[in-house]
Design a protein around this ligand. Sequence first.
Ligand code: ATP
Ligand code: MG
Length: 265
Amino acid sequence: MSKIIVIANQKGGVGKTTTAINLAASLASAEKRVLLVDNDPQANATSGVGATAPDGKTIYEVLVGASDAASAIIPTQMPFLSVLPSHIDLVGAEVELIEAEHREHLLRAALQPVRDRFDFVVIDCPPSLGLLTLNALSAADSVLIPVQCEYFALEGLGQLFNTINMVKKNLNPNLDIEGVLLTMFDSRLRLSNQIVEEVRRYFGDKVFGTIVTRNIRLSEAPSFGKPILLYDAVCSGTRNYMDLAQEVMKNNRLYDALPARSAGM
Ligand SMILES: Nc1ncnc2c1ncn2[C@@H]1O[C@H](COP(=O)(O)OP(=O)(O)OP(=O)(O)O)[C@@H](O)[C@H]1O
Ligand SMILES: [Mg+2]
């Protein structure tokens, strides 16, 4: 059985895509078969792993029913990592799908036939709580929430948890909280330390032990189309996301039981 983890926070620029790419790549480096789903019209996760969608085969076509997921999934530079790419066209999906039947369950239905090819499916989301994020929350087993160690870090989290509870009640009763991840931590800033304390006080053991520190290499890697571990194997960003992957694997022992098979997909 695969585990579907959605990376969500409607706040922009908190590290969702960086986390989606690098958690996916770190799990893949541990020989877990991983599918990275780019569910954001900005398509940063797609370009961030160096992938280019073939014409007319992206998550947009999958959601509107013009393609199945299997034929849109493409390989990456890493043998255990595949991607379901995005494209700016996805912007139109929120409007085009407004009348669609079961419009919050389109992604879940699309992933159903392929999910068992993977140990983990990691879904990146846009910075909104619109239909695309609702589709991801409906499809997922759990949600991982990146929180930036910055002013107003907790702003909007109430609204996010209201949405998660609404999804649990109406769309996906099994949705779990995978964890809250502190990102862009700067040990030199008192503020960063205060945010860590505040988030831990609020969310207790739901906060990952791993904290992602601010690391310039993490912001450079996407322009080379590489996950951090291929761009700079010894930087703090690589260490942090490898640690996060270890934590996620440990917290999902059930899902860890599968033997990793060679996944050329
Ligand atoms: N730990 C880090 N250290 C330094 N820079 C980082 C770190 N994490 C993310 N960044 C940079 O911060 C910016 C925002 O990160 P990212 O794109 O992952 O956020 P996001 O939540 O996906 O944004 P959006 O809401 O627009 O989708 C990017 O330029 C990224 O490279
Ligand atoms: Mg993003």
